[in-house]
Write a protein that binds this ligand. Structure first.
Ligand SMILES: NC(=O)c1ccc[n+]([C@@H]2O[C@H](COP(=O)([O-])OP(=O)(O)OC[C@H]3O[C@@H](n4cnc5c(N)ncnc54)[C@H](OP(=O)(O)O)[C@@H]3O)[C@@H](O)[C@H]2O)c1
Length: 229
């Protein structure tokens, strides 16, 4: 148990709750986010390592991932959590909005995995958990691009699960429904979050996935990692 766990998008909501719970669970979380002021103050408050890493910027991912390994040593876990919301009629989206959602939610998750995974594979151990969404399990109106960004990660996660498990590395997807975070408000959308799960409840689930070292918690159920050999 324990180890170094990098969390992306950890300056609010689920990611921040996760960093707090990882500390309590005996891990050494690394708090990363795009906003340097938030990263600096939260890392200092919690007494953890903090790095500005913008997952929409391939160079930032490459440089910062290398810096984290240089500074702290081998990374045991990666939680790809950074994500943004986009809602509305598809034809009203700007090109910039579409590209931003895909860059952060999809390409950011894939490139951050690409940066940290090789070392895990060479050591034959490690865990990658992608925060997906129920938006990747069904289709509904007004969330076409957000949904597309997460369906892509559902496919990526499933393929990486079967590719990496025989090599000792667990790649898993976490599929929450509504979380009472600032995600909708940041996107300018009003949403009733009275019945949503709290970020702390979501974080508990992710910590459980991390702790069950022999299991791969795929979309539907957990499997023993040895089932893939
Ligand atoms: N809220 C929900 O109902 C819900 C449901 C299902 C899945 N999810 C997923 O859960 C994850 C966490 O979201 P949340 O609900 O906790 O929302 P949140 O509070 O808005 O947190 C999102 C985090 O991602 C960060 N971020 C955004 N763009 C980034 C970038 N380019 N590089 C690095 N970090 C970036 C944000 O940083 P700033 O502080 O700088 O904005 C923030 O820390 C997301 O992947 C989201 O899609 C959320």
């Amino acid at each position: 148990m324990g180890g170094i766990i990098v969390v992306t998008g950890a300056t609010s909501g689920l990611g921040l709750a996760l960093v707090r719970q990882l500390i309590v669970a005996g891990y050494q979380p690394v708090l990363t986010g795009r906003n340097i002021e938030k990263v600096g103050s939260l890392a200092a408050e919690l007494g953890v390592a903090g790095y500005q890493m913008d997952v929409a910027d391939a160079a930032s991912i490459q440089q910062v991932s290398a810096q984290i390994v240089d500074d702290l040593g081998a990374v045991d876990g990666l939680i790809n959590n950074a994500g943004i919301w986009l809602e509305g009629d598809f034809e009203t989206y700007s090109t910039a909005q579409i590209l931003q959602v895909m860059d952060i939610n999809t390409t950011g998750t894939i490139l951050t995995t690409h940066a940290f995974l090789p070392d895990m594979l060479s050591r034959g151990s490690g865990t990658v958990i992608n925060t997906v969404s129920t938006g990747a399990l069904y289709c509904r109106k007004l969330i076409s691009v957000y949904s597309a960004s997460k369906w892509a990660i559902r496919g990526f996660t499933g393929c990486m699960e079967v590719e990496c498990a025989p090599k000792g590395v667990r790649v898993m997807g976490f599929y929450p429904g509504k979380i009472d975070s600032s995600m909708y408000e940041t996107a300018g959308i009003e949403r009733d979050l009275e019945i949503a799960m709290t970020p702390e409840q979501g974080a508990e689930m992710v910590v459980t996935m991390l702790q069950s070292e022999g299991m791969v918690w795929s979309q539907v159920s957990g499997r023993a990692i040895s089932d893939y050999q």
